[in-house]
Design a protein around this ligand. Structure first.
Ligand code: ADP
Ligand code: NI
Length: 222
């Protein structure tokens, strides 16, 4: 008979697996990002009454399948499902975790809403890590890794280009705030996460505003 009650063992194994997969990553998908998402997912799960173990396991595994770290999204997802197959979980639990991981990404905001409360919680935890002070640091780190400038007035606004054009070309860190990060607070699922998102968003929006003031040399009188 399958053992599905105590999931501590699976949580610990998932942590070792995720650590090993993500340790050497420099794209903002580092282990400490995962660590923060796990902690936030646990906090939100308790507040929202979601299954904490499922949320923690999905949060631990959520970036292992990322396209940036694998040949394709499919091969990344296969890596996670192969790993889950060796764990003492029920078929329904494995399917639930896979569903969360496969449908979590932002995808320009075009993905359908998360079906389960656990999925909503983990997605919120991941999105909250992309809003606020740490998110600002991650964005510049990522832009530097990619070779993008912090800002370039000649590359903005990106809306004038087709998505295909700017995927091939350069973006900027500041553009990423407009394209994605400043939109995230309106895509939060749960009330507990929404409260945190509002505050972090305000901080990040103020930062971008201040950046532009300094760029234009208009910060003398503030
Ligand atoms: P996740 O899958 O963890 O939600 P992403 O893969 O979208 O995150 O990105 C990881 C981190 O790098 C995030 O903080 C994100 O804001 C940042 N990032 C992603 N794409 C860019 C980009 N083009 N320019 C700057 N930062 C980026
Ligand atoms: Ni993530």
């Amino acid at each position: 008979m399958e053992r599905t009650g105590d999931k501590r063992q699976v949580v610990e194994a998932a942590e070792r697996f995720a650590r090993a997969e993500l340790e050497s990553d420099a794209t903002g998908h580092d282990w400490w990002h995962v660590h923060r998402v796990v902690r936030m997912a646990e906090r939100l799960a308790k507040q929202e009454g979601a299954d904490t173990a499922i949320c923690i396991i999905a949060a631990l595994l959520h970036d292992v399948a990322d396209e940036k770290l694998n040949e394709s999204k499919e091969s990344g997802l296969r890596k996670v499902s192969d790993w889950l197959a060796g764990q003492p979980l029920s078929e329904a639990e494995r399917a639930h975790i896979m569903e969360i991981i496969a449908t979590m990404s932002f995808n320009g905001g075009a993905n359908p809403p998360m079906r389960t409360l656990e999925g909503q919680v983990v997605q919120d935890a991941d999105r909250l890590d992309a809003i606020g002070a740490i998110a600002i640091a991650r964005t510049f780190l990522y832009a530097g890794w990619k070779g993008d400038p912090i800002y370039d007035p000649q590359l903005e606004p990106r809306e004038q280009m087709s998505p295909g054009e700017y995927r091939k070309g350069k973006s900027t860190a500041i553009n990423h705030f407009h394209e994605k990060l400043l939109k995230l607070k309106d895509r939060i699922n749960t009330a507990s996460a929404k409260r945190i998102a509002e505050e972090r968003h305000r901080y990040m929006a103020d930062y971008v505003e201040r950046f532009m003031l300094e760029w234009d040399g208009l910060d003398e009188n503030i």
